[in-house]
Design a binder for this molecule. Structure first.
Ligand code: GP9
Ligand code: MN
Length: 636
């Protein structure tokens, strides 16, 4: 055979095409925050580096047809990975993690949601794959390479050098990128989607082995940390025992965010019932309360409130660690005679709820099989909220008192579909259907809640209970920022605004209490367990938790978000910027405290370090299943 020197090796052409496409996707289809030129440069470089790294391997294939096949399939598979991430991103503003891939059962339940996330123009993502496919079949002779060994080693060296260069730039731009790997957007924009996936696989394997090697000694450090930094008050709050012996009716309000409370759309109140509740004399309304969920959405919020531990940074802890030992609220209050139950008219195995509820100590779970669900009374994800509450009253009446009953609503869920007859207010008018439809869907939930309160009163269940309503997580992701800025009448949604949009409402309603008020302290879902136990007058011995009683005067000074961002009374830290919480302006870096680590320190970094330590401790507890080494039996 006559060995011609190819003019245009296919692996080079493919690297350029694929790199360029991936860059365009990063830049224009994902919503990646770029703060400076350096980040722009890194984002531009990394797709080509990854593409070359993957495709240059092809030169090691001797047989031309194998070489072509490798290139063909690589480009196709990697294109599919980009596509899958894009679809996922449109829903969650996040990138896929390994644990998520094993949650297929949840994915299939997404049904109608998924279809709305795929766009016809997504086909363009495969254009390069099609071109490469064609060239690899028709132009094989011109484009195949047959290097000597030295040539192969050279190609490999070039790809590794490029990778090292990319990592070097990334590390310069974001020191400790890999050790602080909570923020996936940072990883992707610095090292690219594919290297991020490799990193995620390594992290996953490390976490999986952690349980096997754990022996309980890890708890010493963690308990020291908690005693010093979390349990900072010895005093019980004034509210201790206020709801002793009462039933707790908990309502997880699906996707309810604070920005709709006391706000209007098209000149009408969005949530008239909840607005009035903010002023109610029996209600404490927390206006600066943040959701702290990760990829597990509703289930993460449940995890937070029952355990006062953080959900995981990757995957849903309900799925990955449903079999762990926990010491959650249901288990603790059982010792005081409480019965605990969950009422949720969805498939019970969604989010692995059967297993996790068992681990948490819930006694009963009324899932969709406990409800009459028909075509008429359901929409989108299932039973509508109004019939859901209505059909639940009989279950409340049959529960042994005192009880803790957790309701999880469903109608106000993406994509916020509503039947005509349930729509009391007009949709908003912007380029985002999601945001437009959100308002009538929220109004529907508001009405459902109002009806539920009436039903509780009518059935005599109201007086002996306290009723808590909490938004579980955001409903409108950063993908809708353009429409959101229009609604909020802002020029743009800054990273600061983005954190502020993570506020969800919390109402603690105590019938007959008469001393309710609007609470403005910074608070979060991590605080719920200690707060509820305190209200019920229950003290937890040797508790392992990271939040504080919301009514205590002496509380931890910050709320950590799952990606390492945080909110303190003074500051908001996000995307590496320290903002003044009141003004929303970045806080000037204090030059005198610039450390020799080469990393600029600012007012936020002290708290930032604590936040990282705290999240790490919480992760270690879960990955190591460390609570199994503790004895929670009450000493008599
Ligand atoms: C599903 C419901 C909604 O059972 O909890 O789930 P989400 O997608 O919000 O986590
Ligand atoms: Mn939810």
């Amino acid at each position: 055979m006559n060995l011609k020197r190819p003019k245009l090796p296919l692996y080079v052409v493919a690297s350029i095409l694929f790199g360029l496409k991936t860059y365009l996707v990063y830049r224009f289809m994902f919503n990646i925050e770029l703060e400076n030129v350096m980040q722009e440069v890194i984002l531009f470089i990394n797709p080509f580096v990854s593409a070359f790294l993957i495709l240059a391997i092809s030169v090691w294939f001797k047989k031309p047809s194998r070489q072509m096949k490798y290139i063909r399939y690589s480009v196709f598979i990697t294109s599919f990975i980009v596509f899958a991430n894009l679809v996922f991103y449109r829903q969650f503003t996040d990138f896929i993690t390994i644990p998520q891939l094993f949650m297929g059962s949840n994915m299939s339940d997404l049904g109608s949601s998924i279809l709305t996330l795929i766009k016809p123009y997504d086909l363009l993502l495969f254009v390069d794959a099609a071109i490469i496919w064609y060239l690899s079949k028709k132009r094989q002779d011109e484009m195949v390479v047959q290097y000597q060994r030295s040539g192969k080693v050279f190609a490999l060296s070039i790809s590794l050098l490029l990778l090292a260069g990319n990592f070097f730039l990334a590390e310069m731009e974001r020191p400790q990128l890999f050790t602080r790997g909570f923020d996936r957007e940072y990883l992707v924009k610095n090292i690219g989607l594919f290297n991020y996936h490799v990193y995620d696989i390594v992290q996953h394997s490390k976490a999986e082995t952690q349980r096997v090697f754990a022996d309980g000694n890890e708890l010493v450090d963690i308990m020291d940390y908690i005693n010093e930094n979390v349990k900072i008050s010895d005093e019980k709050s004034e509210m201790f025992g206020v709801a002793e012996g009462k039933n707790v009716i908990w309502i997880n309000a699906e996707s309810l965010q604070t920005f709709v409370i006391n706000n209007e759309v098209n000149g009408e109140e969005v949530t008239p019932f909840l607005n009035q509740l903010t002023q109610d004399e029996d209600t404490y309304y927390f206006e600066n309360f943040y959701e702290q969920t990760g990829q597990g959405n509703t289930s993460d919020s449940e995890f937070l409130i029952e355990n006062s531990l953080y959900p995981l940074s990757r995957g849903a802890v309900f799925f990955t660690h449903g079999g762990n030992e926990y010491h959650g609220t249901p288990e603790i209050i059982k010792e005081e005679g409480y019965t605990s139950s969950v009422l949720h008219a969805n498939n019970g195995s969604f989010w692995n709820r059967f297993q996790m509820y068992d681990s948490l100590g819930f006694d009963l779970f009324y899932d969709e099989t406990a409800y009459q669900v028909t075509d008429e009374n359901s929409i989108g994800w299932g039973l509508k909220d109004k019939p859901f509450f209505e059909q639940s009253i009989k279950y409340l009446q049959s529960m042994e008192e005192p009880y803790y009953a957790k309701f999880i609503t469903l109608t106000n869920h993406f994509p916020f579909e509503l039947d005509e007859e349930d729509q009391s207010i007009d949709a908003y008018d912007s380029n985002s259907n999601t945001l437009n439809n959100y308002f009538p869907a929220v109004r529907y939930m508001d009405e459902a809640l109002e009806e539920f309160f009436s039903q509780l009163k009518a059935s005599g269940l109201y007086e002996d209970s306290i009723i808590v309503i909490m938004g579980d997580h955001i409903g409108i992701s950063a993908n809708h920022n353009k429409a959101m800025s229009m609604y909020l009448d802002k020029e743009e949604i800054t990273p600061y605004d983005q954190v502020q949009l993570q506020k969800v409402p919390l109402f603690i309603h105590i019938p007959g209490h008469g001393e309710g008020e609007v609470m403005s302290d910074v608070a979060g879902q991590i605080d719920i367990k200690p707060t509820m136990l305190s209200l019920l007058g229950i003290e937890e011995d040797n508790g392992v938790y990271f939040g504080n009683d919301l009514f205590s005067d002496n509380r931890k000074e910050y709320i950590a978000l799952r990606n390492g961002d945080f909110i303190s009374e003074k500051y908001i830290s996000t995307v590496g910027i320290c903002y003044d919480r009141q003004t929303g302006e970045p806080v000037a870096t204090d030059d005198e405290t610039t450390s020799d680590k080469g990393q600029e320190e600012n007012a936020c970094s002290l708290i930032g370090d604590k936040v990282q330590t705290e999240l790490q401790h919480s992760d270690d507890l879960i990955y190591g299943d460390l609570l199994r080494f503790l004895d929670f039996e009450k000493e008599e």
